[in-house]
Design a protein around this ligand. Structure first.
Ligand code: NAP
Length: 488
């Protein structure tokens, strides 16, 4: 899994936490316009953080009971007069109803917390629209990525980052101070033109997961169809045996490990391709093709989906003996054995194969769990770069090798058994081995001293055929300059 991906904060912008220019803000009076869910949660959090809160409502009498007693609930104009920083906790379509307050609002900081219902719904962001309605105010976009629930329960129970942007540095700092005093981590997203991006963030549905999910579904569908043909359709057509009962558990359970195993190898394949590209071009400064870039960025999600499928496979496998079909088969075998008067059906090789197969599978699942846990931002942040890279890269590769052993002990000699080729289709496990074995082989080759050394040099900035300037003293004592290739 990608080290960079998980080591960096949720958003690649400057965190304002620990900024010496941010001073404690608690004790100030903060205004809130609106008395809905967000305004209420905001008021509770502000009061708990030591601020004085004044809420501006169109109907203060009716709404006062909803707020903590420490917060003052009054008419909008009254509230605005009492403070310099005002959170506008109302929807964009109602902003124009505040125009009557333009005079009292002049010179104040307005914090736009609003969200849209669709991505890029309006031409200009809500914050820019608010700024256009109140040119005498300074507008700061912020707090929209935090839900009313997170506000109420405190920063510890939700996402701690509060994204802030504004064209006015002073106003931005002021709002950052408030966010920090409330226990959030303010993140500077730059000037007001970022407001649109900030407003789109809560509306995105798992943007980093789309490709990995489609990949997992695609693989699942392919392997499921393949297994269905081999385990159900083939016996039905060739021997008129009804094995359709196998579809919900057995076929799914033979499909899941295939997906988990191939997905795990797909976490490491782009790294191999990237290394091949660097070796071929002799530089690390050449851009990878877009598809490889995308692939590298999605390794964490691909790895987590691999773990998910592996965990499901483990649960399915544990439940196999619970099935009625399994019990019938056991009794059938016992009766057959009694009829044939067979006393001993113990096959030593089979026993050993199964013991090793299960043990190796458990170890592989354990390692995958470790990889999944350490990819969580809170855990990843507590590891240094070396620890993180050891777990994700070295242990991850070991997990791939152990999963390969698990697959091989499962398959054993089936690949060489003619009866296993249903409709001339080889056993599924032989197909799953293709990509992982390629990755393992490539990793072994990259670890050969001559190749490893070249890769290391490239990754430290060395380039094939790069010309460097040199300066030599001539016989007359003068200096002459020229160029030479750095790889000579
Ligand atoms: P809400 O419960 O519907 O409250 C909206 C408030 O706006 C009303 O209580 C009302 O208070 C006030 N308002 C002022 N002028 C109004 C008018 N002309 N018509 C109707 N209401 C008017 O909404 P909310 O969930 O608190 O959301 C408020 C803002 O916060 C929205 O922009 C939303 O996008 C943003 N936000 C909400 C959440 C969340 O989790 N809820 C999260 C992030 C951002 P008075 O009647 O007292 O004037």
């Amino acid at each position: 899994m990608s080290g960079g991906d998980m080591a960096k904060p949720l958003l690649g912008h400057r965190s304002m936490e620990g900024d010496p220019s941010i001073t404690p803000a608690a004790g100030r009076t903060i205004g809130v316009l609106g008395s809905g869910d967000f305004a209420r949660s905001l008021a509770i959090r502000l009061v708990c953080s030591g601020f004085k809160v004044v809420v501006g409502s169109r109907n203060p009498k009716r709404k006062a009971g909803l707020f903590p007693s420490a917060a003052e609930v009054t008419f909008q104009a009254e509230a605005v007069k009492k403070t310099d920083v005002i959170f506008v906790a109302i929807f964009r379509e109602h902003y124009s109803t505040l125009c009557d307050l333009a005079d009292v609002l002049a010179g104040k900081i307005l914090v736009d917390v609003s969200n849209n219902t669709e991505i890029n719904h309006n031409k200009e962001s809500n914050a820019e629209y608010l700024a256009s309605l109140f040119p005498a105010c300074t507008v700061v976009k912020g707090f929209n990525v935090v839900s009313a629930w997170t506000l109420q329960s405190g920063a510890r129970d939700g996402n701690k980052q509060v994204l802030i942007c504004s064209n006015n540095q002073e106003a931005k700092r002021s709002v950052a101070e408030i966010a920090q005093a409330m226990g959030f981590t303010p993140v500077d997203m730059g000037c007001m033109s970022s407001a649109c991006e900030i407003e789109n963030i809560p509306l995105r549905l798992l943007p980093a997961w789309k490709i990995p999910i489609f990949l997992a579904l695609g693989l699942f569908l392919c392997f499921f169809t393949y297994n269905l043909v081999r385990q159900v359709i083939h016996p039905y057509i060739r021997e008129q045996k009804n094995k359709f009962y196998k579809i919900p558990v057995e076929v799914v359970n033979t499909t899941l490990p295939c997906v988990a195993y191939v997905m795990l190898s797909l976490v490491y394949l782009p790294g191999v391709l990237a290394a091949c590209s660097q070796l071929y071009y002799g530089t690390k400064y050449r851009r990878f093709p877009d598809w490889l870039d995308q692939w590298l960025q999605h390794r964490k999600q691909i790895g987590l989906l691999s773990f998910f499928c592996a965990a499901l496979h483990a649960v399915y496998s544990l439940c196999l003996p619970m099935r009625r079909s399994h019990r019938y088969q056991l009794i059938e075998t016992a009766v057959k054995q009694a009829v044939e008067k067979k006393m001993n059906i113990w096959v030593e090789e089979e026993v050993w194969r199964m013991e090793i197969y299960i043990s190796v599978g458990i170890i592989a699942l354990g390692l995958l769990s470790l990889l999944a846990i350490t990819s969580l931002p809170s855990i990843a942040n507590s590891l240094n770069w070396r620890e993180f890279s050891f777990i994700q890269s070295t242990l991850g590769f070991i997990a791939l090798v152990i999963s390969t052993l698990h697959t091989l002990t499962y398959g054993w000699s089936r690949a060489f058994d003619e009866n296993q080729y249903k409709f001339y289709l080889p056993p599924t496990y032989t197909l799953t081995l293709l990509v992982p074995c390629t990755v393992i082989l490539a990793k072994v080759v990259f670890n050969l001293p001559c190749i490893q050394q070249r890769l290391r040099r490239i990754r430290r900035g060395w380039e094939k055929g790069r010309y460097v300037k040199f300066v030599l003293p001539s016989a007359t004592g003068e200096y002459s300059s020229g160029e030479t290739s750095s790889n000579v």
